[in-house]
Design a protein around this ligand. Structure first.
Ligand SMILES: Nc1ncnc2c1ncn2[C@@H]1O[C@H](COP(=O)(O)OP(=O)(O)OP(=O)(O)O)[C@@H](O)[C@H]1O
Length: 255
């Protein structure tokens, strides 16, 4: 369980400056898939950085499985939007994936096994010897996902991870993520601008209002496994989309 309580983040030395995150509280259950929606600049990335322990919060607390988060927790992994900067260009795909495992104390043989399994899970078996710059954008993002999976995190934080790929690749990556989420039983916190993506992926969607606090929450009861065509045709999908549009706009949400 991840518990966020009354989180506040003010950048810079002036404590009276406008906060990027203010009064943010929510909880995510183990193995839950939660999407966070919010308009540009409302504090989503700041929130994720505070949750990951990469940026200290001004006040409030983040507790992961009973332990306060004061730095990056060992069983947490991240996938960011900008895959071109997250992979190391001088390392092969295989070495990029295995690299964080060294710091986790995983021995060489087990690291090799985890790497091959993750490559296979993201459909890149046989591409381990390539360099990131020899791959398409969608493939590079799959490498970033494979790296996170090989790490076997308990919780995965994702910051608009599919924002810079084309629509077709994006749908494929969404389905890949759902598949591995179920297979490995990971908890996922996924930030996106895209209402349809949030409804398609999530068990629950939280809408942030500036300065990031939870303005609305929608439980997504759509059946799993989800399907890009059939799920999006469900009346419940349309209803949730409307509800979340209204919530993002700050309009009253119909019951
Ligand atoms: N390092 C920083 N120093 C000062 N202010 C910052 C810093 N990072 C973000 N901010 C400010 O905090 C606010 C929230 O930014 P943040 O990047 O968290 O929003 P966001 O919702 O992720 O935006 P987007 O959807 O456009 O990526 C903005 O006003 C931004 O200018």
């Amino acid at each position: 369980m991840l518990e966020v309580s009354n989180l506040r983040k003010v950048y810079g030395p002036d404590p009276h400056a406008a906060p990027a995150v203010d009064g943010l509280s929510f909880a995510v259950a183990d193995q839950e898939f939660v999407c966070i929606l919010g308009s540009s600049g409302c504090g989503k990335t700041t929130m994720l950085r505070c949750l990951s322990g990469l940026t200290p919060a001004t006040s409030g607390s983040v507790v992961l499985r009973g332990k306060p988060v004061n730095g990056p927790p060992e069983d947490m992994a991240f996938v960011f939007q900008d895959y071109s900067r997250s992979l190391l260009p001088w390392m092969t795909v295989r070495r990029n994936i295995a690299f964080p495992l060294r710091y986790k104390g995983v021995d060489r043989r087990q690291a090799a096994e985890l790497t091959e399994e993750a490559l296979d899970a993201v459909g890149l078996a046989g591409r381990g010897d390539r360099y990131p710059w020899q791959l398409s954008g969608g493939m590079q993002q799959r490498v970033a996902i494979a790296r996170a999976l090989a790490y076997r995190p308990g919780i995965l934080l994702m910051d608009e991870p599919f924002a810079s790929v084309d629509a077709q690749t994006r749908s494929g990556l969404e389905d890949l993520l759902l598949n591995v989420w179920q297979r490995y039983g990971i908890t996922v916190l996924f930030v996106t601008h895209d209402i349809d993506e949030a409804v398609y992926l999530a068990d629950r969607v939280l809408v942030l209002r500036p300065p990031a606090n939870v303005g609305h929450e929608a439980v997504v009861g759509l059946p799993r496994p989800r399907n890009q065509v059939a799920t999006k045709r469900e009346p419940e999908f349309g209803r949730l989309r409307g509800e979340l549009y209204a919530a993002l706009d700050g309009r009253p949400v119909a019951a």
